[in-house]
Design a protein around this ligand. Structure first.
Ligand code: IPD
Ligand code: CA
Length: 302
């Protein structure tokens, strides 16, 4: 079988695509903000109308759809040779295969990450736009418009908050990790959408993980880590943006590629690491590989 490889993208071309992606993130973020603001004061209830997808906590609003259509149209008009993978278009398709191939530069987009937050007007929602080349996210743009936070990165050009502040903003604890890490770290993990109350299932394993992280040192049969804090923002994309900022130290999540692609580009460019959350067979000798986009289980550390 002949393995197709992507033609490298020249530096000026990548600069141009980066500028396009930033503007697209700002414009899409403005659409999200306008839609959220239209509901403040109760004048417009359309943002609260949602349909359930796979379960009662997996929802989609008209805003998710409208913003994805807007982003997709702009990309198709400006970069007709690039492929597009977006959460809402993907959801409507019948395949659940990984669709990003190494040979085609691909945009990987979540038009609204944190849809539940958006419907409740909890500010942790955002648009997430990644440009993936050779299977790796090389540009990431995350715009959280309610918070006025724009995180951006492009391979070799650093990672930025609101285009002026280099990421990470600060480190606490200051690297290297303290010997008793993850104590003194902030750990972030989402509750996710699998709510089956099955012992040993996803929900129970997450609760175990929260308890292990939070419990006093020596608690939980020696697993207690007594981290500084455990956070669940309701947006995996925002979790990664905050990890890149240095506000979170560890994030663990089981996600689709559009939830993490932009965050991976930003975190890596900020100096952080993202790998698989599947534990290695022999931790002391294991080589820490970069996460493979599409692998669905991620562990990020800064
Ligand atoms: C979800 C959020 C949530 C995470 C889920 C995602 P959505 O995205 O990021 O925090 O736990 O795995 O699917 O549905 O709001 O775009
Ligand atoms: Ca979404």
């Amino acid at each position: 079988m002949i393995k197709m490889t992507t033609k490298p993208i020249s530096k000026p071309k990548l600069d141009e695509v980066y500028g396009f992606a930033i503007q697209l993130g700002k414009d899409a973020g403005k659409l999200l903000l306008d839609a959220a603001q239209a509901r403040i004061g109760g004048n417009d209830s359309s943002g609260q109308d949602f349909c359930e997808k796979d379960s009662a906590v997996d929802i989609v609003t008209k805003t998710d759809e409208a913003v994805e259509t807007f982003i997709r149209r702009r990309i198709t008009q400006t970069h007709p040779t690039h492929a597009f993978v977006g959460e809402e278009s993907y959801s409507k398709g019948s395949s659940r295969a990984y669709l990003i191939d190494d040979a085609t530069p691909t945009w990987c987009v979540d038009p609204l990450d944190g849809t539940v937050n958006y419907t409740h007007l909890f500010p942790m929602f955002c648009v997430s736009i990644a440009f993936v080349v050779g299977g790796k996210p090389v540009i990431g743009v995350i715009c959280g418009p309610f918070l006025n936070q724009l995180s951006t990165a492009c391979r070799g050009r650093g990672a930025w908050l609101n285009e002026t502040l280099p990421l990470p903003l600060a480190r606490n604890p200051i690297p290297p990790m303290p010997p008793n890490a993850p104590s003194r770290c902030i750990f972030s993990c989402e509750w996710g959408k699998d709510r089956k109350d099955t012992p040993g299932g996803n929900l129970h394993r997450k609760v175990d993980s929260f308890l292990n992280m939070a419990a006093e040192i020596g608690g939980r049969g020696g697993k207690g880590s007594m981290v500084h804090g455990v956070r669940s923002l309701g947006s995996a994309t925002m979790d990664l943006a905050y990890t890149a900022m240095g506000a979170f130290d560890i994030w663990e999540g089981g996600c689709w590629e559009w939830d993490v692609a932009a965050g991976i580009a930003i975190l890596q460019e900020a100096g952080g690491l993202i790998t698989t959350a599947n534990p290695p067979e022999d931790p002391p000798s294991a080589r820490i590989e970069d996460a493979k986009l599409g692998s669905r289980l991620y562990l990020a550390v800064w």
